[in-house]
Design a protein around this ligand. Structure first.
Ligand code: PMT
Length: 410
């Protein structure tokens, strides 16, 4: 069986992790369907999965030896497990048992499959299959919510007859339907996306700088602009890491999200996500943070009418990233939130922070900038500029990602 480059999953490298449930036999059919849809497939199995289906069957269908343990030195020599985690454009766990979902939600790495899922930066899809009472148990519900919040795509389960004569939600979705759902989150179905194969790190949202256990300094960024950019880059085939400040937004499909609170944490998370091909700093990072955090609530003093808080500058994450020579970056994009003199300030930041592109938006006006669903912006780069007239942030993000792809070729 050969993979077709033009199928709905054309060219994608899928690591299929098979969990230990009776539905594991359907994962054999899934391998066939994924390959017919154009994907290259490698398989890793839990110990439980091997009780239901043999690695040899997966080898015959996928064209690659199925990986079964972390401790196989010959398999490790051919392709180390970390290399396999990097090889994948996408990781699909099917069937995802209740136990496997719990281990993934808690970040365990005590066998090959859980280690691969923790080590990969590729988007994760889980296809649950289990007894309906296990699926509806609050522990499983909570574990699935954690995985969803981190950006995992949850496919199924279906409602219907289960093993042991029971019936209810818990059936593995049929292989054709799984492929259709995976394809629906593949951005450009007839060919590679504009950012196919590239890794993009996006920062979004505000940072909160804690003064004491009760109070913090923050700003009005909702994260909408950065989340829209992350979603658009993922739709264009990029592997996206979204470093998000405290916001109330769903993780876009196919995006790996890292939640942070303060500027210091954002700096740490961005640095850990590098190397990457593109960095897009859409976050409204606090410029100042309290010099010292007070472990006790700061009290009103008897007579004092004013309170002075000593603030220190935060590190400029964007400028640091742009200076890093070991980060592999081909393009560094900043945002500039300005109230006036927009073009001048934006161009100054472009030069001072050594950026390839800066996107300026006017803030402090209704219908644009912070919190709003819409925005209007102008992108500047050395020797050029482009206006993006008022539009929903999701549409502007698509335009920006197209511009980013063009600037990469320049
Ligand atoms: O989140 P929304 O409600 O959708 O609003 C979107 C937005 C207005 C927040 C967004 O479009 C935007 O303009 N983000 C950047 C806001 C900002 O902090 O601008 P700035 O001019 O202060 O910073 C310039 C650039 O340096 C930004 O890319 C910022 O991420 C980066 N920076 C700033 C300070 C710092 N310590 N580290 C940084 O990386």
């Amino acid at each position: 069986m050969t993979a077709s480059a033009t199928g709905p999953l054309g060219g994608q490298r899928i690591l299929l992790c098979v969990g230990g449930g009776i539905a594991a036999y359907k994962a054999l059919e899934l391998v066939r369907r994924l390959r017919e849809a154009g994907a290259q497939v490698q398989v890793a199995m839990t110990a439980g999965a091997q009780q239901f289906v043999t690695p040899l069957s997966f080898q015959a269908l996928s064209g690659h030896p199925a990986r079964t343990t972390l401790w196989d030195s010959s398999a490790e020599q051919a392709m180390g497990h970390l290399e396999l985690a990097r090889w994948a454009d996408r990781v699909v766990v099917a069937p995802a048992t209740a136990d496997l979902l719990a281990r993934l939600a808690h970040g365990l790495a005590d066998d090959l499959v859980s280690t691969l899922c923790l080590a990969t930066e590729a988007p994760l899809a889980v296809v649950p299959a289990m007894n309906h009472r296990m699926w509806q148990h609050p522990a499983t519900v909570a574990n699935v919510a954690v995985l969803r919040a981190r950006g995992a795509q949850v496919i199924g389960p279906d409602d219907g007859p289960l093993a042991e004569g029971e019936s209810g939600p818990g059936r593995l979705r049929e292989p054709d339907a799984i492929v259709a759902e995976l394809a629906s989150t593949t951005a450009v179905q007839a060919g590679p996306g504009l950012l196919q194969g590239l890794k993009v790190v996006v920062s979004a949202g505000p940072t909160y700088e804690d003064l004491d256990p009760v109070r913090y300094l923050g700003n009005r960024s909702s994260g909408k602009m950065g989340f829209a950019v992350a979603a658009s880059a993922a739709r264009q085939g990029a592997q996206v890491v979204l470093v998000a400040g405290p916001v109330q937004l769903e993780t876009p499909p196919g995006v790996r999200r890292v939640d942070v609170r303060s500027a210091a944490q954002m700096r740490e998370a961005v640095s850990a996500a590098l190397p990457a091909d593109i960095y897009i700093g859409a976050a409204a990072v606090a410029d100042y943070t309290p010099r010292a955090f007070s472990p006790n609530k700061i009290k009103k003093t008897g007579t004092g009418e004013t309170l002075a808080v000593d603030l220190v500058r935060t590190p400029d994450i964007l400028a640091e990233v742009a200076r890093r020579e070991d980060a592999g970056l081909k393009l560094v994009v900043g945002f500039a939130a300005e109230t006036d003199n927009i073009a001048d300030y934006a161009r100054q930041k472009l030069a001072a922070k050594r950026l390839d592109l800066i996107v300026a938006n006017r803030v402090g006006v209704p219908g644009a900038g912070f919190e709003s669903d819409d925005n209007a912006m102008t992108a500047y780069w050395p020797g050029g500029e482009r206006d993006f007239p008022p539009a929903p942030k999701v549409r502007l993000a698509d335009g920006l990602v197209e511009l980013v792809a063009q600037r990469l070729q320049a």
